[in-house]
Design a protein around this ligand. Structure first.
Ligand code: ATP
Ligand code: MG
Length: 405
């Protein structure tokens, strides 16, 4: 079937009252970004529907990309027909014929946004239904749960027919819930947390700490590739890399080994909070799951969370590892995440971190360090790149952070 457009129905955003227009505009922007590999596609965002005019683009490929964009309830590939009832009958019959089987049931569901058309919805339903009943012996009309619903939309620019409704990704359009800084490691959990944050409409910027020469270029590349895997859900994502070597070496040298991890994490969180402040982020997200490892006890969260008053949100906090892995496989980050490149945290991991660190001790040990200067130097070495859908990652367009401010 040669489709002329994909008709998109909005998700939860339809309940958002006067914010509706900005939600729709944002969704249209995200759809354009996520589908930028289809140059002929034209996106028209109206109040109750969005129309993706294909102009020759492959409908299957477009739909498989569209399936990932948050804020869409469902969509239907549609055929455009002249505003002429005989032509509509012919196409309607062709569509039903293509899916016809013995004993099949159907109904016609007509909507009119153009009330000037010569027939009303009941008349159209009757005429099309009659034509199909006459031409396909054995088929019958059923109002409740028929095998096939043929949707007909009468619009000023033509009449649109569709028989399939495909589930969208649900959620909210990315960017409608504000911005958050996502602490992205190379592991399994944080990409899943990022995906879940995006699902609720949060625009995320990745913050990744790396420690050359202890961590390799490949580990950095892996974090960027993980970011690229998440771009189909909402569009471009900023990737902020923070050099962490000096902080880790200093902490290792000056802090008792049981508190290495806690103090390192306090530095990470401080930097993420500082980035949030400068880049208008409203929250910090991470991939912590309660009880998974030593750093992920409630005591540890208390000792680390102390450095900021921003909300630190943990979308996978209550999930079992298996549940997290299932999502990682679904969003295709799992195979990348399990590649064995050393992360900065594994390399400086103490042999026996305290599972119940004390906040007063963490503060006391940290006070031995020149916190502000260490953070200032790390911030001076930050690089930001933009990762777009369909690209492995962008290495060249890196800007110096200082220049961007
Ligand atoms: P993940 O699978 O996401 O790596 P994990 O189970 O390995 O998580 P940790 O290594 O304790 O757990 O990390 C907890 C969280 O801290 C991560 O989910 C991530 O949000 C953040 N984090 C850890 N390492 C880094 C890093 N190098 N850069 C940015 N954030 C990090
Ligand atoms: Mg990890």
């Amino acid at each position: 079937m040669q489709y002329s457009e994909i008709m998109v129905r909005y998700g939860e955003l339809s309940t958002k009252g006067k914010n509706r227009r900005s939600f729709i505009d944002r969704l249209a922007h995200n759809v354009r970004n996520s589908l930028h590999q289809f140059p002929n596609l034209v996106v028209k965002a109206h109040r109750d529907r969005m129309h993706l005019q294909l102009h020759g683009e492959d409908s299957e490929a477009v739909m498989s990309s569209l399936k990932k964009v948050f804020g869409i309830q469902n969509f239907s590939p549609s055929i455009k027909v002249e505003r002429e009832i005989e032509a509509v009958k012919e196409s309607a019959l062709a569509i039903v014929k293509e899916q016809f089987h013995e004993g099949m049931t159907f109904k016609i569901n007509t909507r009119r946004s153009d009330h000037d058309f010569e027939f009303d919805t009941n008349e159209i339903n009757d005429m099309l239904g009659g034509c199909i009943l006459k031409n396909l012996p054995g088929i019958s009309v059923k109002m409740k749960n028929p095998d096939l619903i043929l949707r007909v939309e009468v619009r000023k620019n033509g009449i649109f027919l569709s028989s399939q409704t495909i589930d969208g990704a649900g959620g909210m359009p990315v960017g409608t819930a504000g911005k958050g800084m996502m602490m992205l490691s190379g592991g399994i959990d944080s990409p899943v947390a990022a995906y879940l944050a995006m699902k609720r409409g949060v625009e995320i910027e990745m913050v990744h700490f790396f420690s050359p020469p202890y961590t390799s270029e490949q580990a950095l590349k892996k974090a960027k590739e993980l970011t690229a895997k998440l771009t189909p859900y909402g569009g471009h994502i900023k990737f902020i890399e923070v050099p962490f070597t000096e902080i880790q070496e200093t902490v290792k040298h000056d802090v008792p080994s049981g508190y290495l991890m806690t103090v390192q994490r306090r530095f990470m969180l401080r930097i993420a909070a500082l980035l949030a402040k400068r880049r208008e982020g409203l929250a910090i997200f991470n991939g912590e799951s309660l009880g998974q490892v030593a750093s992920q006890t409630l005591e540890s969260m208390v000792a680390i969370n102390d450095v900021t008053t921003l909300p630190v949100l943990r979308p996978v906090v209550s999930m079992d590892k298996n549940e997290i892995i299932k999502i990682a496989q679904q969003i295709d980050t799992f195979d990348l995440s399990i590649k064995p490149f050393e992360d900065c945290c594994t390399i400086f991991a103490p042999p026996s971190p305290k599972t119940k660190p004390r906040l007063d001790k963490a503060r006391e040990y940290e006070a031995r360090l020149d916190i502000d200067e260490l953070i200032e130097r790390a911030m001076a070495g930050i690089k930001i790149s933009e990762i777009k859908n369909g690209e492995i990652f962008l290495n060249q367009q890196e800007d110096n952070f200082a220049e961007l401010l």
